[in-house]
Structure formats: C-alpha cells, structure tokens
Design a protein around this ligand. Structure first.
Ligand SMILES: [Zn+2]
Length: 472
C-alpha cells in the first residue's frame, strides 16, 4: 500500500514537472511575443535571415530557463515574474501590430487624441487581448504548480550547471551566426545598390594623340578655395601649390554641395536639364574608349548612403582599390595611405597612357581627425577658432599630399621618361557654422561657398619643383 502511494506521488511529481515545463515554454514564448522581441515583426532582419527560426527557439529556451528559477518561489514570482508578465500582457496587443517598441508604436498610442487611441486599440483583433489574458493566467498557473509540487530548480545542482553551460553555448554562437548572416545580407544589398548605378558606356571609340602620358586626378574633399594660401588665404598653408602649378583656375564651381551631388555630375557628362548624372557617360569610360588604362584608388567608403554612386563610377576603372570597403565613417585612414598603391601602379611598366584617380578624404568633417599625422599643425589661443585651425591644417595636408604625388611621378619620369599631368580639384566647399562658442566649418548648411572650389593643374612638361609658373 505504502509503495503504491509512493509510486503515485512520484507519478504526480513527474506529471507536474512536465506540465510545469510545457507551460513555462509557452509562457516564455507569449511573454517574448508580448514585448515584440520575437514574431509579430513584419519586416525585420530577425525574421529574414536564415538562422532566424533556430535563434527564436534558442531565445525562448533561454528565457524559459530564466523563468524557471524565479516562478516557483512566492517572493520572486510576485517581484519579478508577475510584473514582467503584466507588462508583456499590456504591450502584447500593440506588439502584434508594431513589434518591439519604437517611435511608430509610441506615436500611435500617445501622440494622438483619445478617440484616435481608442480607434487604434479597437482595430487590434480581439484574439490579441485574449492572449494578454492568457499570459497572466499561465503565469499564475505555472507558479501554483511549481509551488504545490515543490519544484525548486535552484536546488538541483545538475540543472543549475547545465543551465549555465546552455547559456554560454547558446548565446555565443547565436550572436555569431546572427551577425554573420546579417552582414552577408547587408553586403548583398549594398553591392546590388552599387550595380544599380553601373550603366554601359555610351561613348563611341575616341582617340588620344601624343606620347603615353600619366594623368592623375586628385579629388579633394570639402576643401574650400578661399582657405588655400594659393588662392589668397593669409596663412601660408600651401607652400607647394603656391609655386608649382601650370594652370590655376579661379572661378571653378562645384557640381553640387555634397560629395555625391557634386562628383556624380562632375565625373560624368550630366543631363543639364534634369541636373542629374549620366552614368553611361563617365570620365572613366571616356578614358577607356581612348585606350587609356584606368585606375581608381579611394580613401572614401565603398558602399554606404554617402558613397555608393561615386564608387559605382570608380568601379568602372580597370583597377579599383578601396582602402575602406564600408561606409566612409567606419575607418579613419590617412590619405597618405593612398600613396603606396599609387606608387605601385605608377612604377609598373606600361606603353599606354594611364588615368589614375585618387579620391581623398581631405578636409571631411571632422577635419581634426584628418590631421593626426601632420607634424606642424596650426594652433590658436582663441578656443572658438580651434576647429578652423584643424581645417587650415587639413588644407596643408592636401598640399603635402599633392607634393608627394608629384614627387612619385617625377621620380618615375626620370626612370621611364613618361610625362605626367596632375589635376587637383575639390568636390565642394563647406560653410561656417557657430555651435556654442565654436566656429565650425562643415556641411550642415548649404551656402554659396560650397560651390567655390580650387582647380589646379601641374604638368611635368611645363613645371619644375623649384620654379613654378603663374597661371590665369
Ligand atoms: Zn564631399
């Protein structure tokens, strides 16, 4: 009789544990759904990447283990599990429409008047409110079963240990897989975006006469003409350009006020009526149509909101090198790093002309970050001008960069006898803006000054390092 009683006790305990476990899993799922952490999300990376289903199950299991430690004891139930369940139950109907809380969901509920809020809430299916109720009921039931059957997972060392191991194993690879899959998705999207801009060339074949020459186009960034000593700025920040130029154009206007807006127009023959670039008429394709080898070396980002269309033009080159394959802001590489690949290319033997485009990061805000490898930076006692000092130094760095490019070409000319021609221009200027007590110079506003850019040509045949000629 006693044995039978004991057996039935064990059976009841086992049944309780099973019920407890199943309820816990369902409750975890509902609570997480209630917070919008899983499911409900209409279009989200969480739902679209390949490992999403596995990750969802892992997240539910982890949360169920978490609950198992707190739901059976009275104190922890009322102080931890019950408040969580209430919160989830309250938000659950909204999560069914908007997912996790964000601007959209908060606005829908709060930033409208009472009748609109009522209307919004009444548009949610009744089923969702039933689910809210179920969360509360299940939490209480689970707690009561745990309490009655004396389920105390925290006292079971094996369970505690296994839970810890599970946490470690589940969290790490899940994060890794998720990050990896997301990264692959994002990359695919960005590269597809890049291809969107690559149109076939519509240049007919063209002809270039004369001995093979190296053409170097240096694209400056955010460099305003009036900040160059070569164009009259009082601080002597362009010692190289002051003396070394064949042609200096005063009056050149940018094709736009920001990088893409300007360069896509300036590096193509744009549609002048629509003020839009024509990717089928790029400078790269024109050079190629004349049998010129083309190379694009960039220190700007390859893909990203502010980079992709320009990169699409660069990608058309026979050889394109991007020091930064992500967004421009992801890395802070000095423009001087462009010199190594440039030198490698210039030193290669070739019997054709070459067009090498160097896309610099120049004076891109924050200019103070661009000059960390410049020895004699300009300093000012006036704190309000500290950024301007950085900016003036960044122009000095541009001057040094052009000089280094010139020297590399000059050396190669001594060896191979190839003439060269360097053109420097900036994509656009910037404008002063006072923030607090500091005068900044950036692109947060547009101005006339955005259009005033330097344009300078240095030809090997008309130029020598010691004695430069003045131009118009
Ligand atoms: Zn720019």
């Amino acid at each position: 009789m006693k044995i039978l009683k004991l057996e039935s006790k064990i059976l009841i305990k086992i049944a309780s544990v099973i019920c407890f476990g199943i309820l816990l899993i369902v409750l975890s799922k509902f609570i997480l759904q209630g917070f919008g952490s899983i499911n409900h999300l209409p279009v989200s990376a969480l739902n679209t990447f390949p490992g999403a289903q596995i990750e969802k199950k892992l997240v539910i299991t982890i949360f169920a283990i978490f609950l198992s430690f707190f739901i059976a004891s009275k104190i922890t139930f009322y102080f931890i599990v019950f408040p969580i369940s209430i919160l989830s139950a309250l938000y659950s109907p909204i999560a069914s429409v908007y997912g996790a809380p964000d601007y959209q969901s908060v606005v829908s509920l709060l930033a409208t008047n009472f009748s609109e809020s009522v209307e919004f809430l009444s548009s949610i299916p009744v089923k969702q409110y039933g689910k809210s109720l179920l969360i509360i009921v299940m939490a209480i039931t689970c707690h009561l079963i745990g309490e009655k059957a004396k389920i105390k997972p925290w006292k079971n060392k094996t369970y505690v240990l296994l839970s810890c191991v599970f946490f470690v194993i589940a969290l790490e690879p899940t994060l890794f897989v998720r990050k990896l899959c997301l990264a692959i998705e994002v990359t695919k999207e960005k590269l597809a975006e890049l291809n969107k801009y690559s149109a076939n060339s519509s240049w007919q074949s063209s002809e270039r006469k004369g001995v093979p020459t190296d053409y170097i186009l240096i694209i400056g960034e955010s460099a305003r003409k009036d900040y160059f000593h070569a164009y009259g700025y009082p601080v002597s920040n362009t010692p190289f350009l002051d003396k070394n130029f064949s042609v200096k154009v005063d009056g050149m206007k940018a094709g736009g006020t920001y990088t893409i807006g300007s360069l896509t127009n300036m590096l193509t023959v744009p549609d002048k009526n629509k003020w839009s670039p024509r990717y089928d008429r790029s400078v790269i394709d024109l050079a190629k149509s004349a049998g010129i080898e083309t190379c694009w070396i960039s220190n700007q980002g390859m893909v990203g909101k502010w980079d992709t269309p320009v990169s699409a033009i660069g990608k058309k080159a026979d050889l394109s090198i991007f020091l930064n394959k992500g967004d421009y802001s992801e890395k802070n590489i000095s423009d001087f790093a462009l010199l190594k690949p440039f030198k490698n290319i210039i030193n290669r033997k070739s019997d054709q002309s070459r067009l090498i485009i160097l896309h610099t990061l120049g004076s891109h805000p924050d200019a103070c970050k661009r000059i960390t490898d410049i020895a004699d930076t300009y300093q000012t006692d006036d704190k309000s001008l500290s950024y301007i000092a950085c900016y003036v130094t960044s122009i000095k760095k541009a001057d040094q960069f052009i000089e280094k490019v010139f020297n590399i070409c000059q050396k190669e000319k001594v060896v191979s006898g190839r003439p060269f021609s360097i053109i420097y221009f900036s994509d656009h200027g910037n404008v002063h803006r006072t923030v607090g007590n500091k005068i900044l110079i950036n692109n947060n506003l547009t101005s006339k000054f955005h259009y005033d850019i330097p344009l300078i040509r240095i030809d090997s045949e008309e130029n020598s390092v010691s004695a430069g000629k003045g131009g118009g």
